[in-house]
Design a protein around this ligand. Sequence first.
Ligand code: ZN
Length: 269
Amino acid sequence: MILLTCVKRTKSDPRLGRFQNVLRAARNTEYYSPRLAAAHLATTAEVAGLRGIEEGLARLPCVDLSALVERRESFRNRAVPEMAKLGNERPEAAPNRWRRTLGFRVRSVAGRFGALQRLAAGVRSGEVTLARTVRRATVHSRVDLGLLRDAERDALWRDFEVPVFEEVRGFDDELLAWECEAHSGLHVNAECAVTETAGNGGGELVLTSLAGLRYPMLRVLTGLIVRQAEGLCACGEKSARVIFPPSLRKPMAVEHDSFGFSSQGALAR
Ligand SMILES: [Zn+2]
């Protein structure tokens, strides 16, 4: 009998490619470097030989968000120039300026909570008038700065009188998760994020970014208790979601300014 061995050529997986980029970036950080070596994910050949994201994650230990917050320099990719350090970057600012110049209607206000809070104060005092075309307010949250609390959402709703949505961004401003019209948890942006929970029924959210290269996030324990949901959302989207049990909506203990960066400006777009 002749046995034939077929070598199946697999299409390259863009998510795996991005994960490998994050691993390469993490090699240049004080924190991850020894851990990647212990996981046999330190050399170029080891990273290139990885067959799947799950395989790589399974070899890596989790890290507490508090470690990242308190020792952020040890999580910085030293290969990235200092000037590119995490800060008040506003990648949408330039396109927004063009939109305004070209006369596009402003549909939403968006920015970090602090910036929107200042804008809301302006609206309350009458110093600022929102365009009539504004239909929504979008809060850009970051896991280290804390997610939007219910009371904060209510306050923005009262001042802006438009629905409030939340987007969770990573340290490179990549979109990790977003809130839909159904307000049913957060949709995970699979292009940029991998989510894990400790238990099948839910548990603490462990977050990995597939796009953060300056401050790589690999298996970060967020302190958020969530349930992962698959299937069709009421908004019509099929992407996976993380849902917060009502009693444990936002248990994050990290203060808004603890990472040492000031809030981004509010953007009109
Ligand atoms: Zn939805």
